[in-house]
Design a protein. Structure first.
Length: 441
């Protein structure tokens, strides 16, 4: 495709855009006319650069590659969570939300142009290999990740089942880089696991929010309540990187009978949503403790904020990641896609947690089993650390269960090695005791 044809095509797109009536957008100051002169002027500069590359660059380049690169750079400059996806990348993302993909099982973000792990997904090759939240991936195989886009990183990390990928990682507290050789596998995103910590106190772990999470959580609650009078529940959202907004709303609705769950506010009215709870056929009347940490992000923060503000649960752990924005996946005409930040979300009390995160009611950090309490707190990467993060307008482990272990062994190991779960259980047991005490005035 020649530069002249590209120029003609872009001109037709712009004419269609303006004739189609999209001359105005609604802002706080009312209707504002779009600066058509400025748009055309900048498009001319873009065309001029393309022409110079076509004429003078040392090697011939594919025009589509150049345009895709320009689009990626433009979108990447908006915020850490917006991205342009090729047709292949768009298809992979759609597969992931349905429940599985082939890779190593980590949620990643970009911080200071370095690929950073938000959290590993439980039970995956990365989790078993020892990759941790906050790890900085400086190389994938022999490629440096500096200035690499998130979608490019995902493409390099993923691959066919059974193949190996080598990651070079910098970790706080380590004197040098760590190298991990990880075998890729199908990552079945089983998002809900449940156990009974005692006959009367349940434990539910939600590792992410995909299309079936609310349904699976509802089933888990039924199984925990089956044949038992439940006196407390631990809902574990630690290292949960988020997922689908709709599922966060449905999960919250399982625990809340009335009131607001979350509101979203965008630039355009269709992005403004107020999600409210519906009365459950079987109300949950027992106390709940929600566990969170710096790896709890996005949809996990929506659930924690909804339960906290509606006084349905105590939040325990450490401050969450602080991702208070909503991304919409917009399919494009050639099969590619745009992951675009379209709104901010607010907890029921009207608070935006963008950058600030959810502050627990009870601060308690995780202490690795067998280690003494470190003087220096472990450093999670949070939204506020990300380059181009959206400003807040309001104010500006447990180990994976081993094969062959039954549920009793898993619970025993969980309580032995996870101080946060152990403390939550003790608090719920104390709660039950204190609720029976009669106080006279």
């Amino acid at each position: 495709m020649s530069i002249s044809r590209i120029r003609f095509a872009l001109t037709i797109v712009l004419i269609s855009f303006f004739i189609g009536g999209t001359l105005f957008f609604k802002g706080n100051g009312g209707d504002v006319k779009a600066g058509t002169e400025g748009v055309y002027k900048n498009i001319e500069i873009f065309i001029e650069v393309l022409r110079q590359i076509e004429k003078n660059y040392v090697e011939s380049e594919d025009p589509q590659k150049l345009i895709y690169g320009a689009i990626k750079g433009m979108v990447q400059s908006l915020d850490p969570h917006s991205s342009f996806m090729t047709k292949e990348e768009h298809r992979e993302l759609m597969m992931e939300t349905r429940g599985s993909f082939t890779g190593i099982g980590i949620e990643i973000t970009i911080r200071d142009s370095i690929l950073t792990v938000v959290s590993p997904i439980e039970g995956t090759p990365a989790y078993k290999a020892g990759v941790k939240a906050g790890d900085k991936i400086v190389k994938i195989e022999e490629k440096t990740t500096k200035n690499m886009t998130m979608m490019e990183a995902v493409k390099n990390i993923r691959g066919p089942k059974g193949t190996e990928v080598k990651l070079t990682i910098m970790r706080e507290g380590e004197t040098g880089p760590l190298e991990f050789s990880i075998i890729r596998d199908v990552i079945p995103l089983k998002s809900v696991r449940h156990y009974r910590l005692t006959p009367e106190i349940g434990y539910i772990r939600v590792s992410n929010f995909q299309s079936k999470t609310a349904r699976d959580l509802s089933v888990a609650l039924e199984k925990i309540e089956e044949g038992h009078k439940v006196k407390g529940l631990v809902l574990d959202l630690r290292n949960n990187p988020g997922g689908l907004l709709t599922q966060a709303i449905e999960v919250s609705d399982l625990f809340i009978d009335d009131g607001i769950i979350v509101t979203t506010k965008g630039r355009n009215t269709p992005q403004d949503i107020e999600a409210t709870a519906h009365k459950n056929k079987k109300p949950i009347n027992y106390p709940i403790i929600v566990l969170v940490n710096g790896g709890s992000a996005s949809a996990a923060e929506i659930v924690a904020g909804a339960l906290q503000d509606n006084k349905k649960a105590l939040i325990m752990g450490t401050r969450t990641f602080g991702k208070g924005s909503v991304q919409t996946i917009l399919p494009l005409s050639d099969g590619s896609g745009l992951r675009l930040t379209t709104a901010r979300y607010y907890t029921p009390s009207g608070k935006s947690i963008q950058s600030s995160g959810i502050t627990p009611d009870i601060e308690l950090r995780f202490i690795p089993f067998g280690k003494k309490k470190d003087k220096k707190r472990p450093r999670f990467v949070r939204e506020e650390d990300l380059e181009h993060h959206i400003q807040n307008k309001d104010g500006e482990k447990k180990k994976e269960s081993k094969k062959g272990l039954d549920k009793d062994d898993i619970v025993k190991e969980l309580l032995e090695k996870d101080n946060q779960v152990r403390h939550a259980l003790q608090l719920l047991q104390t709660w039950t005791i204190f609720s029976q005490i009669k106080i006279t005035h």
